[in-house]
Design a protein around this ligand. Structure first.
Ligand code: SF4
Length: 318
C-alpha cells in the first residue's frame, strides 16, 4: 500500500490469514470486552451499542480504490482497533468484498454479539468467521475477558452455536491460553467440551506472544505458554487444535513504508522491527531509522516480550 488510508491497514502478515488487508471499523479501542491478554491495551470504550462508528461509504470507497491500485492479499479481514460487529453496517462491507473481489473476506470477532440475529445475518457474508472462547463459565469469563456488564457467558456460547448451525462458510475458533490462568488440563477440557458443542471447522490455540494489556499477564507466573506445553493440549479438542506460531513471511513486496504507514500499523498491533521489515519488504536499517524517529518524537514505545522487542503506538490519531 503506497498511500495512507484511514480505514485500511497493511496488508500485514497474519498468523492465520497469510497476507491480510485489515479493515478497521471502530475507533481505537471500542470493544464489548476488555481481555487481560489484549494486544491493543485496555479497552477505552466498553460498549454493546451497535452503530455506524465510521462512515461505511468512506470504507467502501477506500476498498474500491485499494482493489484498483493494489488488490493483492490472501484475505481482507474486518479487524483492527476493536470489535467489528459493533459497527451496525459491517455486513455491507463483507458483501462488498464478496461482490467486488475474489479475495475471501474474513471477520475476526469476539463472538459476544452473535446471539443477535441481525449480527448472524451480517456475518454470513464472510468466507471465514473467527470467533473466540477462552473461559468456561461466567466467573472465568469475567476474569479473563472482563465483558460489558450485561453480557452473559451462556449467550456467548449459544450465539456461536446458533451461528454455526446456519453459517455455510468456515468457522474458526481461537482459544487464548494464559499460563497459570486457563491452562490446567481439567480447565482446558471444559473449554474443549464447549468448543465441541459449537462445532467449528478449525480450532487455534494462541498465547501471549505479543505484549498483552495487563502487565500481570506477562509476569513470570503467567507468561506465554511454551509450545511444548501447548502441544498435548491440542489433542483435548475435536477437531484437534492447531498451535498458532509466529508468522515468518517469505513474501517480498516492492512496497516501501512511510513513517506514517508504520505508525498506522503500530496503532493497530504491536510489531517487532523484523515483522515490520517483512510486512513492507524493507531493509532492517530503514526500519530502525523510522522506529528511531518515532521513538524520539514519543509516538511509539518499545517493550521486551519473549526475547523480542515489540513496538506499539503511544497515541492514537483520529
Ligand atoms: S482481545 Fe479482542 S475481544 Fe478482547 S479486548 Fe482485545 S479487541 Fe476486544
Amino acid at each position: 500500500m503506497t498511500k495512507k488510508y484511514r480505514y485500511l491497514f497493511g496488508p500485514v502478515p497474519s498468523r492465520r490469514f497469510g497476507r491480510s488487508l485489515g479493515v478497521d471499523l471502530t475507533p481505537y479501542k471500542t470493544c464489548s470486552l476488555d481481555c487481560v491478554f489484549c494486544q491493543l491495551g485496555r479497552t477505552r470504550h466498553k460498549t454493546v451499542v451497535r452503530r455506524e462508528y465510521v462512515p461505511t461509504a468512506a470504507v467502501l470507497a477506500e476498498l474500491e480504490e485499494w482493489l484498483k491500485s493494489d488488490g493483492r492479499a490472501d484475505y481482507i479481514t474486518l479487524s483492527g482497533s476493536g470489535e467489528p460487529t459493533l459497527h451496525s453496517r459491517f455486513g455491507e462491507v463483507l458483501e462488498f468484498i464478496r461482490k467486488n473481489s475474489t479475495i475471501p473476506g474474513a471477520l475476526l470477532t469476539n463472538g459476544t454479539l452473535l446471539n443477535l440475529l441481525e449480527v448472524q445475518d451480517a456475518a454470513s457474508h464472510a468466507s471465514v468467521v473467527k470467533t473466540a472462547l477462552s473461559a468456561w463459565d461466567q466467573g472465568t469469563y469475567n476474569w479473563f475477558n472482563r465483558p460489558y456488564p450485561k453480557l452473559r457467558f451462556d449467550d456467548l456460547v449459544e450465539g456461536q452455536k446458533d451461528f454455526r448451525a446456519q453459517f455455510k462458510g468456515q468457522l474458526w475458533l481461537e482459544v487464548f491460553l494464559i499460563n497459570g490462568m486457563n491452562t490446567m488440563v481439567p480447565d482446558v477440557q471444559k473449554i474443549a467440551a464447549l468448543a465441541k458443542e459449537i462445532g467449528p471447522d478449525r480450532i487455534h490455540l494462541n498465547t501471549a506472544i505479543r505484549p498483552p494489556a495487563e502487565d500481570f499477564v506477562a509476569a513470570d507466573f503467567v507468561a506465554a505458554l511454551p509450545k511444548e506445553r501447548m502441544e498435548p493440549l491440542t489433542r483435548l479438542f475435536c477437531p484437534p487444535a492447531e498451535i498458532i506460531g509466529e508468522y515468518h513471511s517469505a513474501y517480498t513486496t516492492e512496497t516501501r513504508a512511510t513513517q506514517a504507514m508504520i505508525l498506522s500499523l503500530l496503532q493497530r498491533r504491536p510489531c517487532s522491527a523484523r515483522q515490520i521489515a517483512e510486512i513492507y519488504g524493507m531493509h532492517g536499517n530503514d526500519v530502525s531509522k523510522y522506529l528511531g524517529k518515532l521513538m524520539r518524537s514519543r509516538k511509539i514505545k518499545a517493550e521486551r516480550r519473549n526475547a523480542s522487542l515489540y513496538y506499539s503506538a503511544l497515541k492514537v490519531e483520529g
